[in-house]
Design a protein around this ligand. Structure first.
Ligand SMILES: [Zn+2]
Length: 358
């Protein structure tokens, strides 16, 4: 698991009057989020390489929510959906939805449709067509061919067990003694590649991509496209300027930034929302508490997600429908109140009313 040095510790609790990151102080200003382009998009490579083109600062905000159809929406995914929707609408921007259905062995039939019905029930209506990654193999193939032609990607016959036995499982050079019929394709990460970026919520994040991740997979041995490649290609294709998602994806972001540079694609701004943990400190999606949010009774979960985003509860208390609640939420929304933490406890939200009874 890649390790990070961030400007803020996991579980960090903000004290009254404590200094907040400059980007969040800026969020408090009466300007739109998209004025933060400068500090938020700063990316530092310590490897010798040319910088990727950054999206122009005057490009309108476009956010997204991108669930994988591996289970119905739970409270953690609702938090990411509402947080990304609020930030996009607050900035006067668009909010797109993308179904990340790239991993058939892990997917459940009908779940993508159920997720879209849940968003509808919660009043979170996307702009434009919903993009499905399962329809985009040709686009990913073209990106992979570009990387192979440039020598940035290579066919790899190594096995996971072989790499583990050779020391830690991080791939720096092929060690396979025999060719396999189902090789993977990896992106080459040269020695000295370090990635640093300023997350709008988590602060400074730095990673030694060479030492901690190594050459990473773009197409798996089972022929599936790797998440890292698809998400980078699709964020660029959809013109996403701001990626707002759960902090469980923070450790993927340096790989995605590196891949953006290799493909000559712009780097969006990133804001990683706190993870929601259950009372035992487990990630919600990994625990028994990950029961679906209730489409037939969306208001309690919406109110709890609003509280989890650090917003003032009275602002939405009078709303009688999801649409009314979202209208009130948008008027009262203050991005500067979103907790700058890596995780939140579900129990601390007093939200026994959040999830449907099992
Ligand atoms: Zn290899």
């Amino acid at each position: 698991m890649p390790r990070f040095r961030t400007g803020r510790r996991a579980g960090h609790r903000e004290l009254p009057g404590e200094a907040r990151p400059a980007v969040l102080r800026a969020w408090r200003a009466p300007t739109k989020v998209d004025t933060l382009a400068g500090p938020a998009r700063r990316v530092i490579f310590e490897a010798a390489m040319s910088p990727a083109p950054a999206a122009p600062a005057n490009v309108p905000y476009r956010g997204r929510f991108a669930p994988s159809p591996t289970g119905p929406l739970h409270f953690g995914s609702l938090l990411a959906a509402l947080g990304s929707w609020l930030l996009a609408r607050h900035a006067g921007g668009e909010w797109r939805v993308r179904i990340e259905d790239l991993d058939p062995p892990r997917e459940i039939a009908g779940v993508a449709e159920a997720q879209l019905r849940s968003l509808q029930a919660f009043g979170l209506v996307p702009d434009g067509e919903v993009l499905r990654q399962s329809t985009r193999g040709g686009i990913y193939r073209a990106a992979l061919d570009q990387l192979l032609a440039a020598g940035d990607a290579f066919v790899c016959h190594c096995s996971r067990s072989g790499l583990a036995a050779a020391g830690g499982g991080v791939h720096h050079a092929c060690i396979a003694g025999a060719l396999r019929t189902d090789p993977a394709v990896r992106l080459r990460v040269p020695p000295g590649t370090r990635i640093a970026f300023d997350d709008l919520l988590q602060g400074r994040v730095e990673q030694d991509l060479y030492a901690e991740v190594g050459d990473f997979v773009l197409r798996r041995t089972d022929g599936c496209w790797a998440y890292q490649l698809a998400v980078v290609v699709d964020d660029a294709a959809q013109g996403i300027t701001d990626v707002v998602r759960g902090a469980d994806l923070l450790d993927s972001t340096p790989r995605q930034i590196f891949l953006q540079h290799r493909l000559g694609l712009p780097t969006p701004r990133y804001a990683h929302l706190p993870l929601v943990l259950d009372a035992d400190g487990r990630k919600l999606s990994k625990s028994l508490a990950a029961v679906p949010v209730d489409d037939d009774d969306p208001l309690p979960a919406l109110r709890a997600a609003w509280r989890a985003l650090g917003q003032a509860p009275p602002a939405v208390v009078a709303a009688g429908t999801p649409a009314q609640l979202l209208d009130a939420a948008l008027r009262a929304f203050d991005p500067g109140r979103i907790p700058c933490r890596h995780a939140l406890s579900l129990a601390a939200l007093h939200n026994s009313d959040v999830i449907a009874a099992p």
